[in-house]
Design a binder for this molecule. Structure first.
Ligand SMILES: [Zn+2]
Length: 90
């Protein structure tokens, strides 16, 4: 089973952030992001869904661009308590 297949299986069972996946597979974050990009194209008719990163304090939702890296600060309330963007497969 390739890493991409394993990622699909993991994300079918539950949500994970790219960083969590990088930790699980002991690889760099950019490798996981590459995998996710590829998975997004290749799993049709399933879908790779992404929940945007969110501030845990004021619930501010970050836009698409925060997909690469977890944002460090909330632009609205300046909190650094940020929940990373989560991925899942449906
Ligand atoms: Zn906030």
């Amino acid at each position: 089973m390739t890493r991409r297949e394993q990622i699909i299986e993991i994300l079918t069972k539950g949500e994970k952030s790219a960083q969590q996946l990088a930790n699980d597979f002991k690889v760099e974050l950019f490798e996981i992001l590459e995998d996710l990009k590829h998975i997004g194209y290749s799993i049709k008719p399933k879908k790779l869904l992404q929940r945007p990163a969110q501030c845990k304090k004021c619930s501010f939702k970050f836009k698409e661009r925060s997909k690469i890296k977890k944002p460090s600060k909330c632009p609205k309330c300046r909190s650094e308590w940020i929940m990373a963007s989560l991925f899942r497969v449906e």
